[in-house]
Design a protein around this ligand. Sequence first.
Ligand SMILES: Nc1ncnc2c1ncn2[C@@H]1O[C@H](COP(=O)(O)OP(=O)(O)OP(=O)(O)O)[C@@H](O)[C@H]1O
Ligand SMILES: [Mg+2]
Length: 284
Amino acid sequence: MDNIVEVRDLVVRFGDFTAVNGISFDVREGEIFGFLGPNGAGKTTSIRTITTIQKYDSGSISIGGHNIRTDYLEARKLIGIAQQNISLDKDLTVRQNLKHHAILHKIPRKDIDRVVEETAHILELDDYMDHKVMNLSGGWKRKASIICAIIHQPKILLLDEPTAGLDTRSRYMLWDLVRMLNARGTTIFLTTHYIEEAEALCNRVAIIDHGKIVTKGTVDELRDSIGRITVDTTSDDGKRRMEYFPDIATAKEFAHTLGDRLYNIRRTTLEDVFLEVTGDKEGA
Ligand SMILES: Nc1ncnc2c1ncn2[C@@H]1O[C@H](COP(=O)(O)OP(=O)(O)OP(=O)(O)O)[C@@H](O)[C@H]1O
Ligand SMILES: [Mg+2]
């Protein structure tokens, strides 16, 4: 599988503060790749840099083999972005916003109406086309912003926190949309601070914290990296404590040493990995 995004040793500073501190990763064509990290980890800075909105200090980024510094226009054509702060015009209708994006992406004028209607239809937005964006629910606003981001049929769609602040039903609607776009051939790069979102959607995940990638791989690889079986117990001071083991046998051996203390032997989750690698084992 080819890499559609290659990021090497990327550093982004704001004055003396280093927001992205030497990250390297690849996004493979056809996959859903997730950047999982807490608030302030550097997710938005990374995504804005990859999409050429934000300048960077050192390292390199290539999109579809095009270096974004030397081959900006070719790289930019391959990208669609839905930013964390929705950038739709709230006073305009969904249709007007879609047309606006079509013009921005230089879709020939004669094709715009057709492309807008077709895209809206495929993504089941028909009923909302004449609604002003300001009157849409949070979930539909996000959906509309994602559809604007794909109007020019980018090869890779970058979504910054696509479901932040949404209720469960809206979140599932957007997960379905992301899966559908991916099934139709669009590579997806998304950021999230929801562990279950990364687990549910992503083929591969990188966990980012304080501007650095602390681990990356498939969810199974990440589980294996700390131990796929967890013994969940409580320490003497009453705090929850997790120990990780490669298999059930060794987990049971450990559990026998716990005496009368209650414990639970279970499968390691991405949340365990997250807490372990971000150094927050006792939970926030
Ligand atoms: N323009 C800026 N000037 C100065 N500092 C900035 C700027 N943009 C971001 N930062 C800082 O860089 C760090 C990373 O911010 P970023 O927005 O990339 O994090 P994030 O992972 O997207 O967080 P969130 O989950 O809250 O969206 C934060 O400490 C933030 O305060
Ligand atoms: Mg952010």
